[in-house]
Design a protein around this ligand. Structure first.
Ligand code: NDP
Ligand code: HSE
Length: 435
């Protein structure tokens, strides 16, 4: 009988227990597809006495992650601890340095240290895989790295965070405001106790940086992702968008554009207005969706569950099956030394349309002041919305959609308006996602 692939699992939370459950439930199928058994032999977590709802008998308990990385009976370490630094990073470094394979679902770790870990993997001939780190159960890492390998990819974009998509689509369905929907999502267990990285865009940025590196064959540049989250989106923005034929989604977009001295990279995560007819407009709840535009394949759409025990375990075990079959490959599609160090692109020259919402004092001359700034900055207004009057002479919302124009013009208009007495809060600019 073929030798089993022996794995040590670090972290027995949602994903770790999900992996054990999948390996048990689909044992025969996994074995057939892997060509040999995949056996969990050791596990580690913080609390040995916690009831995890899975059978841990027959598995060695490693008292520390260090012990797990050093375990001579493990061929592969599966890191499901989380966090970009500290124990997860130490474990990843020691496992690869010991020549063991490393499979991880940890997008923060890969976004911050992916190049270093891929370098270690190369030096020690130890495979590194992280399908589960991006969009949970959706096989988008393999899809880009292998399925679309023959294409020049110019653009990758998508809904990469399930929590924020759930919050935005619930706001859309209920008309409630951000804070109320988030509190309800936490109470129901959909959002984490600390959902900061989900709603501020950081989690989506981790995933976008990883996809951009794979798709464009570039060195990962997480610090180059411009990020804004969904906390400033109000129920009225969603209602305005609806009137105009859009929905609002948190979208990560990575563009590879030609520059005079090579390709340049533009990576942004922002709430966007998505036209009703666009496939991303129909992605609701905690679902994720990724679009990659290839020069020969055209538009590829990957969609499915971006989180949860089952979908994430599915991606982890897919990586393990690859390793059992000896399919390793370069984590970022090319050897580390061949990944391009792409310059960051300046978005100012990019042409697009924006939704801009102003919070203003309800008094004469306010609209004139705003439209004068637009005129002076060369921004052309396509439509304008102002509903009702403030009850007590307080603030009202004025929203507009611009005609196509260079981004630098909108930036200039907002500079002209900064400190204007008629604005009672900073304007919110939401780009309109182009088809
Ligand atoms: P959980 O918080 O549910 O589980 C984390 C596990 O790691 C726990 O078992 C915990 O031990 C253990 N752990 C934490 N710190 C240490 C440490 N220092 N030493 C040993 N064990 C430790 O996390 P998830 O399962 O949700 O997530 C795991 C990884 O997968 C993360 O990187 C996450 O971003 C990623 N991921 C998660 C998804 C999801 O749907 N949950 C989806 C995609 C990716 P103990 O139980 O004893 O406290
Ligand atoms: N917290 C993430 C999300 C799931 O809400 O999409 C793990 O990637």
């Amino acid at each position: 009988m073929a030798e089993p692939l022996r794995i040590g699992i670090a972290g027995l939370g949602t994903v770790g227990t999900g992996v054990l459950h999948l390996l048990e439930t689909n044992r025969a199928l996994v074995r057939a597809r892997a060509g040999r058994p995949i056996e969990a032999v050791a596990v580690s977590a913080r609390d040995r006495n916690k009831d995890r709802g899975v059978d841990l008998s027959g598995l060695r308990w490693a008292d520390s992650l260090h012990d797990l990385a050093a375990d001579k009976d493990c061929d592969v370490v599966v890191e499901l601890v989380g966090g970009s630094e500290g124990d997860a990073l130490d474990l990843a470094r020691s496992a690869l340095s010991a020549g063991k394979g490393l499979v991880t679902a940890n997008k923060a770790l890969i976004a911050h240290h992916g190049l270093e870990l891929a370098g270690l993997a190369e030096r020690h001939s130890a495979p590194l895989k992280f399908e589960a780190a991006v969009a949970g159960g959706i096989p988008v890492v393999a899809g880009l790295r292998e399925g679309a390998a023959a294409n020049a990819i110019e653009r990758i974009y998508g809904i990469l965070n399930g929590t924020s998509n759930y919050v935005l689509s619930e706001m859309e369905a209920s008309g409630a405001d951000f804070a109320d929907v988030l509190a309800e999502a936490q109470a129901k267990g959909y959002a984490e106790a600390d959902p900061a990285f989900d709603v501020d865009g950081t989690d989506a940025a981790h995933k976008l940086a990883i996809l951009a590196a794979i798709g464009f064959g570039a060195r990962i540049d997480f610090d180059g992702v411009a990020v804004s989250g969904i906390a400033e989106v109000r129920a009225s923005d969603i209602a305005h968008a609806r009137t105009l034929g859009f929905v609002i989604r948190l979208v990560g977009v990575a563009d590879c554009e030609a520059g005079p001295s090579g390709s340049r990279l533009l990576q942004r995560v922002r709430p966007c207005l998505v036209p009703d007819h666009h496939p991303l407009a129909h992605v609701t709840g905690a679902t994720n969706a990724v679009v990659a535009e290839g020069d020969f394949a055209g538009r590829l759409l990957f969609q499915g569950a971006g989180a949860g025990a089952g979908p994430t375990a599915s991606a982890v075990v897919a990586d393990l099956i690859d390793l059992a079959r000896g399919r390793t490959g370069h984590p970022f599609s090319l050897p580390v030394g061949e990944l391009a160090a792409m310059e960051r692109a300046d978005p100012g020259h990019r042409v697009g349309r924006d939704y801009i919402r102003f919070t203003v004092a309800d008094r004469p001359g306010v609209l004139a002041e705003i439209t004068a700034a637009m005129r002076d900055a060369g921004v052309s207004i396509e439509s304008l919305i102002q509903h009702g009057r403030a009850q007590d002479g307080g603030e009202v919302l004025v929203a507009m959609v611009t005609h196509e124009g260079e981004e630098r013009c909108v930036t200039r208009a907002l500079e002209l308006l900064s400190g204007a007495s008629s604005l009672t809060a900073a304007p919110l600019v939401l780009p309109i996602l182009r088809d």
